[in-house]
Write a protein that binds this ligand. Structure first.
Ligand SMILES: [Zn+2]
Ligand SMILES: [Zn+2]
Length: 263
C-alpha cells in the first residue's frame, strides 16, 4: 500500500508526500523549512528516509522552503532543466545542491520510485509527475495548469490516485476582489484549473476506475473546500454516476496536514 499526504496546499504554499513503506518523495516545498519539518514529524517521517524532492516550477508557493531546508539537509532535487537552472542561478537552490534534471517522457529512477515528468500549461515552465511506487502502485500529481492538455490526460490515465488542482470557482473569481488582469491570468490556459474543469476530469477518471482523489491548490479568495467538493458531487449526479464505497475525494487543507490517502 502506498500513501499520498499533503502537508499544506494552496497559493500560500504546497508540499506533499508520496510514501511507500519507509521511503518517500516530497513534491515541492512552498512554506518554510520549519513548517515542512513539523509536517513530516506529524507523519512520523525522518528526513533521512526521503529519496528526493520533485519540484514542479519556480513560483514561490512551490519552492520557498527549499533554500533553508537544503542548507540543513542534503537531498537530491529533481525537475525540469530550465526550472533547476533558474533556481540555481537565483540561489533558491544552494550551489552545492544535487540538482538532477529529468528528461520527461520516460520513467526515471528516483531512489526506490519510478518518476515520469510531464509538462503542464502555466505562465512559467511547469511540470506534473506520474510516480510508480516500489510496490507497483501508480499516482499522478498536477497543479498549476490552465488547461488539461493531451500530455496531462495521458499522465492521469490508469492511476490509483490522482492529485489534481481545483483552484477556483468561476463565479467567485468573476465576482470577487481580484483585479481584471489577475482574473484573466488565472482563467487563461496558462493559469489555473477551475472546479468545473477539475470535476469533469474526475468524472472521467472515476468512470475509468480511479477512486482516490486529492483536490489541490484551492484558492483562498476564490474557492472553498465545500464548493470544490460540491462541484464534484454535482458533476457525478448530473452524469448519473454513483462512485463505489471505496471512492474518496478529498479537498486538501491549506495550512495543515491533510488526512492520509492510501492507494
Ligand atoms: Zn502554485
Ligand atoms: Zn504557479
Amino acid at each position: 500500500m502506498a500513501e499520498f499526504t499533503s502537508l499544506y496546499s494552496g497559493s500560500s504554499g504546497n508540499c506533499s508526500v508520496i510514501r511507500c513503506g519507509k521511503r518517500y518523495l516530497l513534491v515541492d516545498m512552498g512554506k518554510s523549512c520549519r513548517t515542512t519539518l513539523a509536517g513530516l514529524k506529524e507523519l512520523g517521517l525522518a528526513v533521512g528516509d526521503c529519496d528526493g524532492i520533485l519540484v514542479t516550477h519556480e513560483h514561490s508557493d512551490h519552492v520557498k522552503g527549499l533554500t533553508v531546508f537544503l542548507h540543513k539537509y542534503s537531498l537530491p532535487v529533481y525537475g525540469a532543466a530550465d526550472t533547476l537552472d533558474m533556481l540555481l542561478q537565483n540561489r533558491i537552490l544552494p550551489e552545492q545542491t544535487d540538482a538532477c534534471a529529468l528528461g520527461g517522457a520516460r520513467t526515471e529512477e528516483v531512489g526506490a520510485f519510478g518518476v515520469e515528468m510531464f509538462p503542464t500549461s502555466h505562465d512559467v515552465p511547469c511540470v506534473g509527475y506520474r510516480v510508480h511506487t516500489p510496490d507497483g502502485r501508480v499516482m499522478a500529481i498536477a497543479t498549476d495548469l490552465g488547461v488539461l492538455t493531451p500530455a496531462v490526460h495521458a499522465a492521469l490515465a490508469g492511476c490509483g490516485l490522482v492529485a489534481l488542482e481545483s483552484n477556483y470557482d468561476l463565479h467567485m473569481l468573476r465576482t470577487g476582489p481580484y483585479p481584471y488582469y489577475l482574473r484573466t491570468r488565472i482563467e487563461s490556459t496558462r493559469g489555473h484549473l477551475s472546479n468545473d474543469e477539475c470535476s469533469a476530469k474526475l468524472l472521467e477518471l472515476i468512470q475509468g476506475g480511479c477512486n482516490k482523489f486529492a483536490l489541490c491548490h484551492l484558492s483562498q479568495e476564490n474557492n472553498t473546500p465545500e464548493l470544490a467538493l460540491r462541484t464534484v458531487f454535482n458533476m457525478l449526479t448530473a452524469a448519473d454516476v454513483v462512485p463505489g464505497p471505496e471512492c474518496v475525494v478529498q479537498a486538501q487543507r491549506r495550512s495543515e496536514v491533510s488526512p492520509i490517502l492510501e492507494f
